[in-house]
Ligand binder design. Structure first.
Ligand SMILES: *[C@@H]1O[C@H](CO)[C@@H](O)[C@H](O)[C@H]1NC(C)=O
Ligand SMILES: *[C@@H]1O[C@H](CO)[C@@H](O)[C@H](O)[C@H]1NC(C)=O
Length: 247
C-alpha cells in the first residue's frame, strides 16, 4: 500500500545556477505507509477554511445558472476586451484554447472553480495572464498546449496535489497550504496563478511540445511541492516561483 504522500528529490545539475527549469529537475517518489508522517491535525479555523474551499470545489459548471454564465462572459471580456463575444456558445472560444465552441464541456474535470481560477488570474495578474494566453514569451513550440484546457488541468492537478477532497491533509505540502489558506482565503487562486506561470516556464525550459504536456505537468507539480517545503516560505508570496508573476 502506498499513501498519497509524495516526496520530491531535488536533483541539481552540477555547475548550473539556474535552479528553475533545466537547472533543477524533480523526481517524485512515493513513500510506504509505514514511513508516512503522522496525521496533520487542523485548527478549527483551518478546518473551516478547508470546508469552504471544498464547497467551492464541489460546484459543477451549470449553464442554467446565470451567475455561471456571467462568469464565463466576464472571462471573455477580461481575455479579449477588444473583441465582443457574439454568443455564449461560439467558435470564438477556440481562440482561447477551449476544445470546442462551448467551454462548459471542458470544465468537467475541474468544475466551476476552474473558471473562477482563470478569472482571478485575468483580474489580478493581467500582464502574466495575457502573456500566457497570447503565448508572448520565449521560443514557442510548433505544437503549443491549448491555454484554457491547460488551465482546467492545473486546477485539477492542484486539487489532487493538495489532496483537497480529504477531511484533512495527508501530505506536508497539503498541511502547509492549509496554513496559508487560513491566513488568506485567496490562497488557492493565488497558487493557481503561480502554478500556471511555473508550468509555462518549465514548458519553455524543456522545449516541450504538446505530446510532452503531462511530463511538464509532473515536473511542475514536483517543483511546487519542493518550494512549499522550503524553510523560509511563510506565505505564498515567498515561493521562488511567485517572482515569475507580473501584474
Ligand atoms: C487534461 O487532463 C485530462 C485528463 O485528466 C486529459 O484528458 C487532457 O488531455 C488534459 N489536457 C491537456 C491540455 O493536456
Ligand atoms: C490575499 O491574497 C491576495 C492575492 O495575492 C491579495 O490580493 C490580498 O491582498 C491578500 N489579502 C490579505 C488580507 O492579505
Amino acid at each position: 500500500m502506498f499513501t498519497d504522500i509524495q516526496i520530491c528529490l531535488a536533483e541539481v545539475v552540477a555547475g548550473s545556477a539556474a535552479w528553475l527549469g533545466r537547472g533543477l529537475s524533480c523526481v517524485c517518489a512515493q513513500r510506504r505507509e509505514s514511513d508516512a508522517r503522522p496525521s496533520f491535525d487542523l485548527t478549527p479555523a483551518q478546518e473551516e477554511c478547508l470546508q469552504r474551499l471544498q464547497s467551492r470545489i464541489e460546484v459543477s459548471y451549470d449553464s442554467s445558472i446565470s451567475e455561471h454564465q456571467e462568469a464565463l462572459r466576464a472571462l471573455w471580456n477580461a481575455s479579449f476586451p477588444e473583441e465582443e463575444l457574439r454568443d455564449l456558445i461560439s467558435e470564438q472560444w477556440k481562440e482561447m484554447g477551449w476544445q470546442g465552441k462551448d467551454p462548459s464541456t471542458d470544465f468537467r474535470g475541474g468544475g466551476f472553480i476552474s473558471l473562477e481560477n482563470l478569472l482571478f488570474f485575468a483580474r489580478n495578474y493581467p500582464k502574466s495572464f495575457q502573456d500566457l494566453l497570447r503565448k508572448q514569451e520565449g521560443d514557442r513550440a510548433l505544437w503549443e498546449y491549448p491555454f484554457a484546457v491547460a488551465g482546467v488541468n492545473i486546477t485539477f492537478m492542484l486539487i489532487q496535489m493538495l489532496d483537497l477532497e480529504a477531511v484533512k491533509p495527508r501530505s506536508m505540502a497539503g498541511a502547509i497550504f492549509l496554513k496559508f489558506l487560513s491566513e488568506n482565503e485567496s490562497a488557492f487562486d493565488l497558487l493557481y496563478c503561480i502554478t500556471f506561470k511555473l508550468m509555462d516556464n518549465q514548458w519553455l525550459a524543456m522545449h516541450a511540445s504538446y505530446m510532452d504536456f503531462n511530463t511538464v505537468m509532473k515536473s511542475t507539480r514536483c517543483q511546487l511541492e519542493r518550494e512549499l517545503l522550503l524553510e523560509d516560505v511563510s506565505r505564498l508570496e515567498d515561493l521562488p516561483s511567485y517572482s515569475l508573476l507580473t501584474r
